[in-house]
Design a protein around this ligand. Structure first.
Ligand code: SF4
Ligand code: SF4
Length: 414
């Protein structure tokens, strides 16, 4: 694709990155075949190729409009288009740059600004989100149905934490909303890694990975999130921790992108790239340790033996990280019977904060996804991301769990 970026951006780091991405697109349109918003709306401007043209136009100096903003807002950032694209177009980075530029030009309504401020202030801040969630859980019985379904009932005790007893250590990204919404997921992760000889170190000073703010065009505060995490993890990595382990597939791609996003930050660029290089999704870590894990799982009769499980692979696992079949393989090793799921490449509609800002599209995608997952009568629906889990759970007949909770259960009872 030929480009002629405007002076205001051509010589910036973002401009050079966007220019290279735009030039890699051959506008073949293959990506439209797997784009959920194009499938639902049938409008070229709601397809990846259409959005690329919209961003190109703005970066070439044509004014952005409210319609441009709407079509970019409707993108789930699911990255199914990147999996399909034969030219390797780095669509999500172009979208981040394009959204930021459009938001500079097109003011949002006061109500939209207020909602965005609330979301970008409260959700990434554990000390605010946890107490507010507790308050919501307290008043849950009297809340309207639309609000009630966003507040999960308070879960039971997350179980014990093993002592730090192994020479091999890794760092756990504890996350922002996950510890309050589903505290068992981090505990289960620590227990499973402990069982195979790895102690997971908590790093309470680290927090949100930055994805939430970045996808809502709060670029500078997102970079602050990244720098804070790097500052917390760096001394621990220098002291011998092997890796940063991420059990929320939505956060892993962001941390793997730190090196790219902070490439022009002279103080952080090198450390950001090194942190990215040692940050792994939990599935990648357990794949590397598969032999030890399978031997532990085979040591006794698994309580999951023969249980029918439908696995929803989040977009951030399969498209953003290219991790396919790993979780399914580990769950099979734990004795689960994995059920086939139609259209498994499609997004469930959670997509970070998408369910808040695009509720109609989000609910339509959720209904389709839960129907596909439920078609073969699963006893459990498993997934890899807290957002997908809490989005689907209110409308699914089967319980929805993180896959590590199933492995933890199998190991505890083996
Ligand atoms: S993003 Fe990829 S698949 Fe889509 S039009 Fe461009 S080159 Fe083709
Ligand atoms: S990220 Fe998902 S919703 Fe957005 S253009 Fe790509 S396929 Fe479509």
């Amino acid at each position: 694709m030929q480009t002629q970026l405007a002076d205001f951006i051509a010589d910036t780091a973002e401009g050079r990155e966007a220019n290279a991405i735009l030039r890699s697109c051959s506008h073949c349109g293959f990506c439209t075949a797997t784009c959920p918003t194009y499938q639902l709306l049938g409008n070229e401007d709601d397809s990846p190729r259409g959005r690329i043209y919209l961003i190109k136009s703005v970066l070439e100096g044509n004014p952005a409009s409210a319609a441009t903003q709407l079509h970019l807002d409707r993108c789930l950032t699911c990255r199914a288009c990147e999996t399909t694209c034969p030219s390797g177009v780095n669509y999500h980075r172009l979208l981040d740059i394009g959204r930021h530029e459009v938001d500079q030009q097109v003011p949002r309504s006061w109500s939209q600004q207020g909602l965005r401020w609330l979301v970008t202030t409260i959700m990434p801040t554990r000390s605010l989100f946890g107490p507010l969630l507790r308050l919501g859980q307290w008043f849950r019985p009297v809340l309207p149905a639309s609000l009630k379904e966003k507040i999960p009932v308070r879960s039971g005790s997350p179980g014990p934490l093993p002592a730090q007893r192994h020479n091999r250590t890794m760092l756990l990204l504890e996350g922002c909303v996950q510890p309050a919404m589903a505290p068992n997921i981090n505990r289960a992760t620590v227990r499973v890694l402990d069982a195979i000889g790895i102690s997971l170190q908590p790093t309470p000073g680290a927090g949100c990975c930055g994805a939430l703010r970045q996808h809502l065009s709060a670029q500078e505060t997102a970079r602050d999130d990244m720098r804070r995490n790097i500052d917390v993890w760096w001394p621990e990595l220098e002291a011998g921790a092997e890796a940063v382990v991420i059990n929320t597939s939505g956060c892993a791609p962001q941390i793997k992108d730190y090196g790219t996003v902070l490439a022009s930050d002279s103080e952080y660029a090198q450390r950001a790239a090194q942190v990215s290089a040692v940050s792994f999704d939990l599935a990648e870590i357990l794949l590397r340790e598969e032999e030890a894990l399978v031997s532990k799982l085979s040591a006794g009769k698994s309580s999951l033996s023969g249980r029918k499980v439908a696995f929803h692979s989040p977009c951030t696992l399969q498209h953003a990280q290219g991790i396919t079949t790993v979780v399914e393989r580990l769950l099979s090793a734990a004795g689960c019977e994995l059920l086939p799921v139609a259209d498994s490449h499609l997004c469930c509609g959670s997509a970070g904060t998408y369910s808040i800002f695009q509720p109609e599209l989000s609910q339509q995608l959720r209904a389709d996804k839960v129907a596909a997952l439920s078609a073969n009568g699963p006893e459990i629906i498993a997934t890899a991301n807290i957002g997908c889990l809490t989005h689907m759970a209110p409308v699914a007949d089967a319980p929805v769990k993180h896959w590590i909770e199933l492995l933890d259960e199998a190991l505890t009872q083996a």
